[in-house]
Design a protein around this ligand. Structure first.
Ligand code: OAD
Ligand code: ZN
Length: 249
């Protein structure tokens, strides 16, 4: 695979990298994306499952849907794209992953500095007293579990439509974007805000923007370099390109 010289030069000069990722990075792990061909939101309306009112009206149905998603995630694992991103940490002192994904695969791949803008499907909390429960603590029943302390319903710790992003996570992800030299935008349609503001922050502060996607997205006209193809192919190839030229940290 041949990469543009300016991209390689930028990578050799950079200290700080941000990887802004979306559902497309997990597509090669067998997890469906939301939009586009085979996307979840083509078959399912987000307003029926991914919001608080839907959960309060039909908690068992919503819980069952997330259990189904957890099962898919548990049966798969990080793919070469996640692994390559974790490997980049060996060559750069400041690497942040700012992800919209809730599938926990960046953590499982070994990335250390992950900002989960939309939460994490392995985590849950009680809607009444906010006690946290990680998924293994909860029986994998199809019905929604109840809080041991107060009997309240336990919901997944993910950001639903109409809800605020965890502010500290967003602020710290945005700070990483503001100081990075290169911001990669990988496998996202970049249409969901405020998450999609992360690469805009990077661009406004002078970072070099590199997009990896199988097709153009909402942000493609703003990037410096568009690499068309699968993240699981392009990222390992890019890592390979710089590995012999940069000393590990
Ligand atoms: P989308 O489903 O909107 O977009 C997935 C993107 O990945 C598309 O641009 C695809 O072209 C691209 N893609 C697919 N396979 C790929 C591959 N192998 N390599 C590279 N790119 C690939 O997913 P997001 O942008 O993540 O929110 O969606 C944003 C948010 O909308 C999600 O976090 C979710 C959803 O509603 C919440 O759950 C709160
Ligand atoms: Zn409770």
């Amino acid at each position: 695979m041949k990469f543009p010289d300016v991209l390689i030069a930028a990578l050799l000069k950079a200290n700080s990298l941000v990887f802004f990722t979306g559902a497309g990075i997990s597509a090669e792990s067998g997890i469906s994306t939301f939009r586009g061909k085979g996307g979840i939101w083509n078959k399912m309306k987000p307003e029926e499952l991914a919001n608080f009112d839907a959960f309060m009206k039909k908690p068992d149905l919503v819980w069952e849907w997330y259990q189904y998603r957890r099962k898919i995630i548990n049966e798969t694992g990080p793919n070469p794209a996640h692994t390559a991103i974790a490997e980049f940490e060996k060559y750069y002192s400041d690497v942040s992953v700012v992800t919209q994904n809730v599938d926990n695969l960046h953590n499982r791949a070994g990335s250390k500095n992950v900002f989960e803008l939309h939460g994490n499907i392995e985590k849950n909390y009680c809607v009444d007293c906010e006690t946290h429960y990680s998924s293994p603590e909860i029986t994998f029943s199809e019905k929604v579990p109840k809080c041991e302390k107060c009997g309240g319903l336990i919901r997944p710790d993910i950001v639903w439509f109409g809800e605020m992003l965890p502010q500290d996570v967003f602020i710290n992800g945005d700070k990483a974007a503001a100081r990075c030299d290169i911001c990669f935008i990988i496998g996202t349609s970049a249409v969901v805000y405020p998450a999609a503001h992360i690469p805009i922050t990077a661009r406004d502060k002078g970072a070099y923007l590199v997009e990896i996607n199988i097709e153009e997205s909402n942000i493609s006209d703003k990037v410096n370099c568009f690499l068309k193809g699968k993240a699981g192919v392009i990222l390992p190839a890019l890592l390979n390109e710089i590995m012999n030229k940069i000393k590990p940290q």
